[in-house]
Design a protein. Sequence first.
Length: 285
Amino acid sequence: MDNNHWILTAQCPSRLGTIDAVTGLLYNNQHYITELHSFDDSHSNQFFIRAQFRANASFDEVAFRQEFSVKAEQFDMQWQLRATADKPKIVIMVSKFDHCLNDLLYKHRIGQLSIEIPAIISNHPDLESLAQWHGIPYYHLPVSAETKPAQEAKVMQIIKDVDAELVVLARYMQVLSPQLCQHLEGWAINIHHSLLPGFKGAKPYHQAYEKGVKTVGATAHYINDDLDEGPIIAQGIDSVDHAYYPEDLVAKGRDIERVTLSRAVRYHVEQRVFLNGQRTVVFAD
């Protein structure tokens, strides 16, 4: 879409007139709503709305922001306005497994993910040639227990230097420190297999094979200080049976991981995800 298309998102305490506060203003200014989602959470008493709209020919972003800020203040709304043509900057962190990274790079290259990737960070050198082929700077930052604080300081500096809006852990096989988790909470996405917490540690798919699992899947979530327990954005699942050997389960799991992670990234950059305490509200398309 061109710069004439915008996304307006807002959340606020549940109150009468919240939908009209958004749609009424758009209508009064003759902006055409192309997609609309809203949800009122009766448990948290929070209201969430996402409106994608085609602005009229005389659209003035500054004037619109000023007008809507007055309306938003009446409802105690937290809100964002973004052109659909904007491409948020994303830093990808990865170790040796390349399936999720490959998928993100491919969808970025063909325009399916409207993002910029100014940096790829890895604790291994294995995937540098892949980054170079895409013309993306690759930062090899080895890590050990002794060097972890210094390594993570470099990670945070790169993220700051490129002005990243999102960090994606595309199978980055390192446990982040509590300090880095707290710094990235709410704007970093991780992916892991959905066999947790039943099959922890090394070779989870081999453990699952021994128990005769009938489904495998993946979970994409925001990181926080609780390992693999952050607010969930997207999940994928598929059936398996007795004919699946451990290597087949691994292949199936990797395929689900890459699809689930790219979906979660897209939902985030399209502003379809709202944090609601330790849960998420996700307006899937």
